[in-house]
Design a protein around this ligand. Structure first.
Ligand code: ADP
Length: 635
């Protein structure tokens, strides 16, 4: 190989920043570099196994996949070698010199300055290879891609540059050679390294081998023996999910979760099941404790790791769970799907549909169990993923009831915004004769809590669900009912008290008779802004509120749709008035038509404000109100 073939290149800006961080600050949890490099090697072997399915010519190693870790205490070197897929020259430059992943920027943003925490973030954002520079001041990578003849050598001191040159390598795979820094020499000690491998890599399905320890008298028989060390496995090397549940410790499950999810926190719960019968598969599903940074990107990573007969097929197989369970992590290993299965096939495969149905039930059951057995964990789950689960009833009609029992709401029962009350608890506390489950939707909790629409209900001691998540109105329209009780939006349709509440009906009738003249005058002034004006018994302290017809879109949903750029058909609300309110009594007696009009407009504008909507013409509202204030102070 000639000197000209060595190419020196600069790291990309993002990569440089990250490297700087690795080198200068993340030194409190050094050993994670080994977890990251072994994890990369194991992924590369999975990829090789998969590539062989399509192209049997690549089957160099047949069944002899392994990762070898070797240390040299004298030279202060640790080497991690795999016989996986390897990388071409271009891939090396792309993968190890550039960080094109969107995760990197997010990673940088999430850094807290706390080294321990920050180093744990590394794995999660898929920048694992760079953790080499926590312990090494010189890193070499010799790699040869399966199916290619030439190998590549990549080397860097982790500053600004790296070099790439041609190399030879006996067979495909990758060798990473770390020249340890003086404060990381412990990783040239094979016992230390063994213990780290056991800790992090027991569940990896590929054997991680280290040379058999030489006995003390090995110096006597120098020669052939030393050249070919005996490699023995350090880890268990059996895919965790293929083992029987009773043989797996909680710690092993936890370590495996961290491996599949790149999360550094323990999961809230998991479920491991082997299904036999018409369809045969094993699933291992985890409910995380934390939301990933891309939970809200529709394109974000989701889905399970798919294996077919223990062969890794793909990451993020999202066809096995519905969208509203996208927070679930784990593994699915099917015995029935073809090894050459593609995403396209997964999209329209009956087996996939049945597995999806079964896994969905399993997750929902897991959540029900958590809700009853580990209420505190469930609260944490709800605060993190509740909004996602709320998408469920719309997406998954069959499981609507199951999902509805998992929902939690803030209600008028408590003074706090936290969502803790289940629909079952609501129903249990319903007042005598109460037929419906009431809710009010607003932009935020305070607006919902203080909404005029629920005044009479509150007064009568009837509980109301206070909804302020964006999906809430949509959720309610898909739920329709719970336990045979209709869900009623307090701002929709007419309300004449509960069915058994005769006094409310009578009061409403009396109000209708008493207010005929007033209503007519008000409609004359406000007719262009409202559909109708009518008296109501739903208000006790506010003078007026706005409602829409039962079948119409509520004010909150309308705002959301408009904000999303949707053209909405214009619609006029109904203005409901509380004729017992002093302002309406005063209005009824107002002889001056101009002042009547001003007052009526102000009342309507206030009703718009109270539901959390914006006024179309706020300046006119202010000037009308000020006019009245001036008149008042003149008296
Ligand atoms: P991640 O593994 O999370 O993608 P890394 O920074 O650890 O991030 O690695 C970047 C990429 O480099 C990997 O996605 C993979 O394509 C490639 N790579 C790293 N190590 C190996 C290896 N041992 N064999 C083959 N490819 C590798």
């Amino acid at each position: 190989m000639t000197a000209e073939a060595t190419q020196t290149m600069g790291f990309q800006t993002e990569a440089k920043r990250l490297l700087h961080l690795m080198i200068h600050s993340l030194y409190s949890n050094k050993e994670i570099f080994l977890r990251e490099l072994i994890s990369n090697a194991s992924d590369a072997i999975d990829k090789h196994r998969f590539a062989v399915i399509a192209d049997t010519a690549l089957a160099e190693f047949a069944t002899d996949y392994r990762i070898r870790v070797n240390t040299d205490a004298e030279k202060k070197i640790i080497t991690i070698d795999d016989n996986g897929i390897g990388m071409s020259r271009d891939e090396v430059i792309d993968n190890l010199g550039t960080i094109a992943k969107s995760g990197t920027a997010a990673f940088m943003e999430q850094l807290s300055g706390d080294q321990k925490q920050d180093s744990q973030l590394i794995g999660q954002f898929g920048v694992g290879f760079y953790s080499s520079f926590i312990v090494a001041d010189q890193v070499e990578v010799i790699t040869r891609k399966a199916g290619e003849a030439v190998a590549t050598r990549w080397a860097s001191a982790g500053e600004d540059e790296f070099t790439v040159s041609e190399e030879t390598r006996e067979s495909s795979g990758t060798t990473v050679i770390l020249h340890l820094k003086s404060d990381a020499e412990e990783f040239a000690d094979s016992w230390r390294v063994r213990s780290v491998i056991k800790k992090y890599s027991d569940h990896i399905s590929v054997p991680v081998m280290m040379p058999e320890e030489q006995s003390g008298d090995s110096e006597d028989d120098e020669g052939a023996e030393q050249a070919a060390p005996e490699w023995t496995p350090v880890n268990e090397a059996k895919a965790l999910w293929t083992r029987s549940r009773s043989d797996i410790s909680d710690d092993e499950y936890l370590a495996f979760y961290k491996h599949v999810s790149h999360d550094f926190e323990d999961p809230l719960s998991w479920s491991h099941n082997a299904v036999e019968g018409k369809l045969e598969y094993t699933s291992l599903l985890f409910i995380p404790r934390r939301a990933p940074f891309d939970l809200w990107h529709r394109e974000g990573a989701r889905g399970l790791k798919l294996y077919v007969q223990r062969t890794f097929i793909m990451d993020e197989a999202e066809q096995f769970l519905p969208m509203y369970l996208r927070f679930v992590k784990g593994v699915l290993d099917s015995n029935d799907l073809p090894l050459n299965v593609s995403r396209e096939i997964l999209q329209q495969n009956q087996q996939v549909d049945s597995i999806r149905g079964a896994l969905t039930k399993r997750v929902l059951d897991m959540l029900s169990k958590m809700a009853s057995k580990q209420p505190e964990d469930y609260e944490q789950f709800w605060d993190t993923f509740g909004v996602v689960l709320k998408e469920g009833p719309a997406e998954d009609f069959t499981n609507r009831e199951k999902i509805s029992s998992l929902l939690r709401f803030a209600t008028t029962r408590d003074d706090v915004a936290t969502q803790r009350i289940s629909l079952a608890q609501y129903v249990e506390a319903m007042t005598e004769g109460q037929k419906s489950i009431y809710y009010v939707v607003a932009e935020n909790h305070a607006t919902a809590k203080n909404s005029p629409h629920i005044e009479a209900l509150r007064h009568k001691g009837i509980e109301v669900l206070l909804l302020s998540d964006k999906v809430d109105e949509w959720l309610m329209s898909h739920l329709g009912e719970f336990d045979g009780k209709p869900l009623r939006d307090c701002a929709k349709g007419e309300w004449d008290g509960e069915d058994s509440d005769e006094s409310a009906k009578e009061a409403l009738e009396a109000a209708e008779q008493a207010s005929e003249a007033l209503i007519e005058r008000m409609q004359g002034v406000l007719g262009h802004r409202v559909d109708a004006v009518r008296p109501t018994v739903r208000l006790t302290s506010s003078p007026a509120c706005l409602t829409v017809a039962e079948h119409e879109m509520g004010a909150q949903m309308r705002k959301i749709m408009e904000a999303a750029g949707q053209e909405m058909p214009s619609s006029k609300p109904t203005m409901e008035i509380n004729i017992e309110h002093p302002l309406l009594k005063r209005l009824d007696q107002e002889a001056d038509e101009d002042r009547f009009a001003d007052l009526a407009q102000i009342l309507l504008d206030q009703a718009v404000l109270a539901e959390g909507s914006a006024l179309e013409d706020p300046a006119t509202y202010v000037s009308r109100l000020n006019k009245l204030l001036v008149e008042m102070s003149a008296h």
